[in-house]
Design a protein around this ligand. Sequence first.
Ligand code: FAD
Ligand code: MLT
Ligand code: ZN
Length: 466
Amino acid sequence: MTDVQLLEALRAIVGERGVLADPADLENYNVDWRHVFKGQARCAVLPRTTDEVAGVIRLCASEGIAVVPHGGNTGLSGGATPDGSGRQVVLSLARMRAIRDIDVLGETMEVEAGCILQTAQEAAAAAGLMLPISLAAEGSAQIGGVLSTNAGGTNVLRHGMSRARVLGLEVVTADGEIVNGLRRLRKDNAGYDWKQWFIGTEGTLGIITAAVLQLAPQSLHRVTALLAVPDADAALKVLRVARQQIGETLNAFELMSGAALELVERHQGLKTPLAPSEWFVLMEASSCLPGLRDAVEGLLAMVLEEGDATDGVIAESERQEGELWLLRESITEAESREGRSLKHDVSVPISGIPAFLREADAAVALAFPGSRINAFGHAGDGNIHYNVVVPASSDGPALNALVHDLVVKHQGSISAEHGIGQYRVSELERCCSAAELKLARRVKAALDPAGLMNPGKVMAPAPEAQ
Ligand code: FAD
Ligand code: MLT
Ligand code: ZN
């Protein structure tokens, strides 16, 4: 099929305005959020319905054309960026953004894949509920992208990863079949839980077109506090006290290095309200019951008394809460303005965080003088963004391997929440066991035998197929 014939056939499925082929229109689809990965799409196609998605996939399958699903393009691993061949079709879900239904009694929402996360949050709030998936990219990230990456964010401690919110899923498989599993059930053990095959697999097994999400009750009382702590050991002691004192009300426990907040001040002009410190903790708790603020004040007094925190402030208003969170949520943007950075989205068992940080800091300083560590993250989940700002000439793969080897030593994961995309394919091969890779390849071969769903992402083709 020539390019002209392909565009015509796609337009017949999705309409004239649903196909973009002009180089200027494709710019946004050809490069990732960080401008690290650049490709060349043959065209971008924007279906309006699940039937249209299925039609596009069937056409591409019959022509042997690879498809790259595209959400809000905020992914940090290059998963939504096509390769440079100029042959891959980008499939954007941006025109499928309806919130189909909110069931207040059942606390569920049925939403199309292209709906922006923040729009879904706002709709849940308008119905007196909450969608507890929260990340700094929520103003652009789409539900389909969030689920395809099994995004984490700042509420995982209490509400789990995105996967935990999914009750039902509608997908289009690699051969263009629609599978409708949009059930609103909390309990459903009828056969394989196939929706899990499409969550967190970054579009390599099929297209997510809609989902039923489990919402949560809104909390009437919320308390947000920023603490200065001397080191990561002290931060974990604060976490322990918080778990003992306010337990399940703890939504978020974020660790930020002083260096990370310096970047935020330098690039975003946002000042930390506490004096400089090596480390800071941002904590948020919420509850329907009164008394939370007193409990948080009590725990603050305890950790200050013990010396595990050296200073602290509790937000007095929603505006102040927003200001504290803005510090945390601006780190990624500030880092991107600082120059070249190598991201390591790692997790280790929570108790292993301090030792991991000590060893990684020493090893990076020794092997890569001139690099600067920007460490922060979701310490309550054991997830540290161990990002390193490096000179342009630094050997990125060698630095990645050094950090990931330490992660493996500490029984951690080389991707806690950002996925593998194209950024970490070789590192996954290196760090993952052969048996796990073999199992994953068997699933890929079964669900996408022609290898047309987002090829080159998550896994390289099996050695025998290369
Ligand atoms: P995209 O970037 O468009 O795509 C991501 C992957 O999903 C790609 O592989 C793509 O092919 C696939 N995909 C997209 N839509 C579909 C679909 N409908 N069906 C099948 N596959 C699809 N992540 C976290 O986990 N926690 C954070 O705290 C966090 N903070 C962030 C902060 C900033 C400032 C930024 C820029 C990103 C952050 N992220 C974070 C990254 C996060 O992965 C994304 O924000 C989000 O999950 C991706 O959604 P998206 O719609 O932008 O997907
Ligand atoms: C965040 O938590 O802000 C992002 O996931 C981290 C990053 O940009 O590395
Ligand atoms: Zn994160």
